[in-house]
Structure formats: structure tokens, C-alpha cells
Design a protein around this ligand. Sequence first.
Ligand code: COA
Length: 298
Amino acid sequence: MKPSESLKIDAFSMQIADVQNVDLDRLHALSLSVGWPHRAEDWQFLRESGQGFVALDEIGRVLGSAMWFPHGADFATVGMVITSPRLQTLGTGQWLMKRIFDRIPGRDLRLNATRAARRLYLSLDFQPEKTVYQCQGVARVPTRDVPAGSRGDIRTLETGDVAAVIALDAAGFGVRRTALIEKLFAHSAGYGLFDGKKLTAFALCRPFGRGHVVGPVVAHGDTDAVAIVRPHIANHSGSFLRVDTHIENGEFAAFLSHAGMPVFDTVLTMSLGKRLADFSDDRSARPKTFALASQTLG
Ligand SMILES: CC(C)(COP(=O)(O)OP(=O)(O)OC[C@H]1O[C@@H](n2cnc3c(N)ncnc32)[C@H](O)[C@@H]1OP(=O)(O)O)[C@@H](O)C(=O)NCCC(=O)NCCS
């Protein structure tokens, strides 16, 4: 008998499981399936830093994921929300998000939504806050001079600086994230700008995806942010570098573009519950986050 030209595949069932209990390679395969640059090591870092669910099919393949990263008792960021392309728009994303709500009820949540995910989060009552510019490319030190005006001395950050980094990060991020910053610190090279003994700006940089990512970066203004990111650019000149920033224009945004990292894509920061960070364009005296740790971590 001639084989049929078509075949109907029935919907199959999925089981929820803990992201900690599945093979790293299977998580990696899931993010590759949607074109994300994460390496297996990046997944490992994330699952050591947070918690999450995966959706498994009958033979243990990972077809969906969603993670959360709690900071303190009342707040978490959400990320790594992925549904395998052939299962999209069938409700898996919604299902995974509701499992998170169920697990951490009442927390204020923040996430960075891709265009594909915006509708999902809007339907779950997340509110748009601010665009994130994903800037990336082959880094080069801009030929223009650094604008004068950054106050203080720049030096490499050391273990003894971590408490000051945590405090400055909290001022920009809106929530203290001690464990995460300690972990990022251990994986990163860092520079700090000091006014006497006081840390006034910092920038961390670590391996991620196709190369390295610079972030978080916290500073009191564009000039200091440029000054503190510049040594990382010099260290990675000629290789792939990425910066995720809420800053749309001005000296810092222009600097990234001149340093070989134009805007590649955008995502949208959204939150559910209290808005805890100041995303206004006011760049006055208060410290501000100039670069995210990553889109997943915020
Ligand atoms: C974003 C993503 C996780 C959504 O997962 P999903 O399993 O397709 O989501 P659901 O099927 O639960 O859909 C949720 C809602 O979005 C709608 N939707 C999803 N995809 C849509 C599409 N392409 N066009 C129109 N509506 C769409 C659904 O109808 C549903 O709307 P409703 O709640 O009003 O009924 C998935 O598309 C994905 O993995 N994309 C690539 C990776 C990514 O961008 N992740 C997001 C990180 S923030």
C-alpha cells in the first residue's frame, strides 16, 4: 500500500519538572531552538542563581522552561521563559507562568519581555516600564577622547569591595540582591571608580553567550559610566562584547555605538506589582543602572 501523504499527530501531554533535575544539554538545546546565544555554562550559572520549571514530554525532552530569581522576601525577576517553536501559541508559556505565580504568590515581579512574549505578559497583567537596548558587536576603543569630568580613581575591584558593590547595585536596581551580586562578582572582572575610599561607580564583565557581557554597571552619570566601562572595552578589543542598557541616548549610548556595539535588538522591561526601580531619564545625583546583569537577571 502506498504511504499516505499526510500524517496527523495528536497533541501529547507534558509533565512539569524542576529545572535543577534535567540534563544541561537538554536545556541548552531548548534555548538554541529559539536562537538564543546561551552556552550550557550560562544555564548552569542561572540555575545556581535561581529556581525554575521545565515542561517535559514523554521521553524527557525539554519543551519549555520558566525561571525566577528571588531577591529578599517580596521580589523576584522572571526569565528563561521559552517554549519550543513547534509548541508555541498552544498555551505552554501561560501554563509555565501560572506555575510560577502559584509557587511565589504575592511577590512583585520584573522581567524583560521579547517582542514574541509581550502579549503573553500583558495577558498576565504585567505593565510596560522601559525599553532595553541590546547593544553588541566587536568591541573597539573609540578614538575620541574620554570626556573630562569623571571624578576619582579607577581601579580593579577586589573581594573587599563586594559589600560596596552590592549597596550601589541596590541603589540602581531598586532591590538588594546580595547573593546574586556575590556570585556575579566571583565570575567577573570588575572596575570601580573611587572618590577617596567611597565607591561611586562600578562595572562588572563576564563570559556569556558569544563572548563577554558588561554588566551590571552603576554610576552617577554618563561620564562616570563611560569611564568605568572603557577599560573592559580595551580588554576585549577585537572580540564580541554585549551591553544591555535602558539608556536610549546621550553620552553613554553614543559611546557604546562608537565602541563597536550598536543597538542589535530591544526588549521591554515589564513589572507586576510595585515598581521598584527608577527608570526615569533623570540622571542627576542618584546612582543609576547603566547596564543590566543580563536580560534574564535584570
Ligand atoms: C514567548 C513564548 C515563551 C510564548 O510561549 P507560548 O507557549 O507560545 O505562549 P502561549 O501559547 O501560552 O501564549 C500566550 C498568549 O500569547 C498569545 N500568542 C502567543 N504567540 C502568539 C503569536 N505568535 N501571535 C499572536 N498571539 C500569540 C497566545 O494566544 C496567548 O494569548 P492569550 O493569553 O491572550 O490567550 C514563546 O513564543 C517563545 O519561547 N518565544 C521565543 C523565546 C522568547 O522570546 N521568550 C520570551 C522571553 S521574555
